[in-house]
Write a protein that binds this ligand. Structure first.
Ligand code: FCB
Length: 456
């Protein structure tokens, strides 16, 4: 397929695809801490993950769709609670099921990006004190060493942890996710433990897996949540104060984590320094999850989290059904920031839009891809884009009401029928062209600019 001047072409070999996570799609992850917590009735729309979209059984259908759409990469997660439902009892059958699932993707010519932990832990691990327990990292390492050898022939990109800031900030400081602690001390300890957990996983994978399925070097990284953080006000004393606060929010959200990965050292807000052997440089690529800008204002909501959507958007800025600002300029800035911080390839491991009617998703995608294209032009070594999400799924505390899927699935539909939305067709066409052509843009997102509004 040829491209014309003005089309946005991506580098040869660029990977296009979609992202999911075990607990959110599989269903019946009954031995997990989230499953237990959901029974408290705190999910906003009154749902529980239940059978989710039954990916655990319907993966052949989903993978066929991934292949039909022409996607080259698929991100999925495995659930520790299925594989080790009771402490020390490893379920070979569950592991074999996962192996079959990911081998199928690889047989279809789809590269596998596998997340080893997407926040959820086994209930027995939570009962022991989760990431605060003294032996937490030892348990985690044992799990990693159990699963990695069987999965290795099919995994192209390993993600040790998804968005570690969520367990330490949202689970332990803000108390919005399980285990609902509100303790700076716990948040600090979980942060350090997750750095250790990442380190042991990184080295265990390298020790156990000498090469990637394509014969190249084994690729291990983290998927980090990046928000573009700016003052709410654009001028005046409020803006200056908010600017200072922004530095703090940035440091807590991803800055401290990134610096620790580079240097092997972490300096807490109280000045305590902690050094972790093997941490420095423990990444072969960087996974970027980007959704939104956060406008920091001096209000109680400053300590809120992005998930609860409590950060107000400045007037005139469009927001999604999560209340998250649509701000593609921030995506370009974040990709450039990550490229300048790490000397490593970048994969966009999540980017997406909560939009039940699929009215705004295509425009969101086009504008964010244009921003990514601009960042690549600036020099960022971005190698792939995984859209969040493939199907609608269980959006954590927000439940099934919040829909991020390119493929519609109604949780209450007995048949759980998969209905690809127009956005799926659009991303499929973009993947086939390896470009946003003006024809694609005008067909799927008429009137949406692919240049001027995203390149500043
Ligand atoms: C990210 C999570 C993912 C999903 C999206 C909307 O923070 O990693 O599981 O909830 O947000």
């Amino acid at each position: 397929m040829g491209t014309m001047p003005g089309d946005l072409r991506f580098p040869d070999g660029f990977l296009w695809g979609a992202a999911t996570a075990g607990h959110q799609v599989e269903g019946n992850n009954i031995h997990s801490n989230w499953w237990q917590w959901e029974q408290l009735g705190l999910v906003d729309d009154g749902t529980t993950s239940g059978r989710a979209v039954d990916y655990w059984n319907r993966w052949p259908e989903d993978h066929a769709l991934v292949e039909d759409l022409g996607f080259g990469v698929f991100r999925l997660g495995i659930e520790w609670a299925r594989i080790e439902p009771a402490q020390g009892r490893f379920d070979e059958v569950a592991l074999a099921h996962y192996v079959e699932m990911i081998a199928d993707l690889s047989r279809r010519g789809v590269k596998v990006c596998l997340t080893l932990n997407h926040w959820v832990v086994p209930q027995w691990f939570a009962d022991n004190g989760d990431w605060l327990a003294k032996d937490a990292v030892a348990h985690w390492e044992r799990f990693i060493r159990f699963v990695v050898p069987s999965l290795a022939p099919y995994v192209d990109l390993w993600i040790t942890l998804n968005e570690p800031s969520v367990p330490y900030l949202v689970g332990n400081l803000i108390g919005y996710h399980p285990p609902m602690r509100r303790s700076p001390r716990s948040a600090h300890r979980v942060f350090v433990t997750l750095l250790r957990a990442h380190t042991v996983a990184y080295h265990a994978i390298h020790e156990l897996v000498p090469e990637a399925p394509d014969g190249g070097p084994t690729q291990v990284g983290v998927a980090t949540a990046y928000q573009f953080i700016e003052p709410y006000h654009t001028s005046g004393p409020a803006c200056s104060l908010e600017g200072a606060l922004c530095r703090l929010v940035r440091y807590c959200s991803f800055g401290a984590w990134d610096r620790a990965l580079q240097t092997g050292r972490y300096r807490s807000l109280t000045g305590r320094v902690c050094t972790i052997d093997g941490l420095a440089g423990s990444y072969d690529f960087v996974g970027v999850n980007y959704y939104t800008r956060v406008s920091v204002s001096l209000a109680p909501s400053t300590l809120a989290n992005v998930k609860s959507g409590e950060f107000a958007a400045p007037p005139g800025v469009p927001v999604t059904e999560m209340g998250w600002q649509v701000y593609p300029q921030g995506f370009r800035a974040i990709l450039n920031h990550v490229a300048a911080t790490f000397d490593a390839p970048i994969y966009v491991t999540e980017n997406g839009c909560c939009d039940s009617g699929d009215a705004d998703r295509r425009s969101y995608i086009v504008r964010h891809l244009a921003a990514m294209h601009a960042a690549i032009g600036d020099g960022a070594d971005v190698r792939g884009y995984m859209h969040w999400s493939f199907t609608d799924n269980f959006e954590w505390r927000e439940g099934f009401a919040k829909r991020f899927g390119m493929v519609r699935v109604d949780h209450d539909d007995p048949g759980l029928i998969r209905r690809p939305r127009d956005s799926a067709a659009m991303l499929s066409d973009i993947a086939a062209a390896n470009a946003i052509t003006s024809e694609i843009a005008s067909r799927y997102a008429p009137g949406v600019s692919t240049s001027s509004d995203t390149t500043e």
